[in-house]
Design a protein around this ligand. Sequence first.
Ligand code: AMP
Length: 133
Amino acid sequence: MECLFCRIVAGEIPARQVYADEHAVAFLDINPWHVGHTLVVPRRHVDDLLGKPEALTEIAPAISAVSRLLVDRLAADGLNLLSSSGISAGQEVFHLHVHLVPRYAHRPGLRELMVKEQGIDLDRVHHQIVGEH
Ligand code: AMP
């Protein structure tokens, strides 16, 4: 299996998973833009949204559930949803994924979306999302 996200879905490569259902898996982005930056991917291999737009419908329940989970557990003030299709759009991993990025009032606005926050402790964030409450 060549595809990185297929390998994560199959459990061959470790990831900090925050959610899974029949159609989708969600895990923390390894190089987050903001605290709680999460990727939602379909279990089946789909290159991008342009190739199979219906795949978005399959993962829609997961996108909703994970958005709610992130905002609640991380006390975020807002959230961005982004999916890139194709090299020109900046896609780097060619397995459909939706970025869910919790946002906070102290760094508002779209211009700040991809300005990376430094020093995020992924294990701590993961525990905050999936740990006992
Ligand atoms: P894109 O540029 O939209 O294709 O986004 C790909 C994302 O995958 C980037 O934000 C990467 O940081 C993230 N990424 C790459 N490898 C891994 C991995 N092993 N686990 C979690 N996220 C990853």
